[in-house]
Design a protein around this ligand. Sequence first.
Ligand code: XMP
Length: 514
Amino acid sequence: MMHDESILVLDFGSQYTQLIARRIRELGVYSEIKPFNIPIDDIRLISPAGIILSGGPSSVYQSEAPLIDKEIMELDVPILGICYGLQLITHLFGGQVIGADHREYGHADLYIETTQDPLLNAIDSPTHVWMSHGDKIARKPPDFRTLAHTRNSPHGIIRHQSKPIFGLQFHPEVAHTKQGHIILKNFLYEVCGCKGSWTPHSFVEHSISSLREKIGNEKVICALSGGVDSSVAAVLLSRAIGRQLIPIFIDNGLLRTNEAEEVQSMAAKHFSTNFRFVDARERFLRRLQHVTDPEKKRKIIGEEFIRVFEDAASREGEVRYLVQGTLYPDVIESISTKGPSAVIKSHHNVGGLPQTMKLTLIEPLRELFKDEVRRVGSELGLPDHIIGRHPFPGPGLAVRTLGDITEQKLTILRQSDVIFIEELRAADLYNDVWQAFTVLLPVQTVGVMGDERTYENAIALRAVTSQDAMTADWAQLPYDLLKKVSNRIINEVKGVNRVVYDISSKPPSTIEWE
Ligand code: XMP
């Protein structure tokens, strides 16, 4: 998708590259990340308003250091180098970078040496910045001036004498750099002349017109899961092409209480009438009978999903496209500084579909971060309870019912899950955790109810905090809440006489139990 104005972030492998892109978008300008060795003709095609060179773990003087063509510096586009980016600029323009005696890490005071530069509009002197580097500039390039310094870095900020090419030794994108957002804002608006056209509204308008153009009169199918990403993708498509979109929802019998009904009512409200609801509960549960191995469960569910989906799609006549709610982190997760040859992960739950069905993939959200998808969802009028939903795994309750799966166990799981989520919402903590759910353990334990001895099931509560599900910590929920949830589950859910709280983090555990 072409954007009116965009900032190109060239990735040299810093752990903060995504954060840079995100900050820029928060400031109202579209930005995208590309590997550092993107061909210069592709950069010309993107025609960015500015280019940011990210940090990275390498040293410019090493033989395998990722370098760029100096021609990029002659594109007449403003450039901002951050940390490694600064060192690269220094190197390319004939300065010298050396390993510092002391690695500089953490806070530093930055002293501004000029009040004239647009990059430093409204920046205090000194101002707190955050450093993380082992190399430093020993000799600044001849055509450059120093705009600011810290005690250990005499060239904290440099700029070209006549061109808008800047280098920062510190990281403006991290929250620890107090006025970092102002420096980035100055770069965008004062140096690059951006207007700030990146909003959920502009994204929606833009997407709708380009989707219409691309799809023409063809039919498009999508698998709707009820989760945020697939819902937002489907509603966007529905706005663009109306009845040409055929959203297919498969009830696999492994959903939570009311989930199928909720998706149906969302569909009624937000889609044209082509919504297809497939009740495949029996099919899935029959194939899962007596299966206890987690990987086997996942495999069966994946295969069965493809069959049911193909079945449903084959009834729709000639279909050309498949929509998926792939997000930006899925796309760039494995773009590494090794460059374009590195595999780009294509993450989806309906793996295999495009190959077997010869459908062309449409991924309207592939440029967005999760929080941006949520804002786009709001813009499209989706209700908060869909937009703010916790993630739910494709294999559903199957991976939360340890051991074999039966209707009776699924009922216990559904009833306990509803109670946990209800109480979490009542305590106003639902939005503070990444995910919360219950797990039915494959053990029975002894209890006493009234005067009777019981021998029944144990439920584990799982609640975690996380940024991206790659790592997670168990949520420190208040004891009062845990007490209430435990009491309610034991009293209200038949077949449960014990509740435990999972206090494991990821790694070494995972979020789901299977
Ligand atoms: P784990 O258990 O690996 O889960 O720590 C990380 C995140 O991924 C979700 N998850 C899945 N999501 N299909 C999905 O769409 C799956 O097969 C699947 N397995 C786990 C999990 O709920 C958590 O958010």
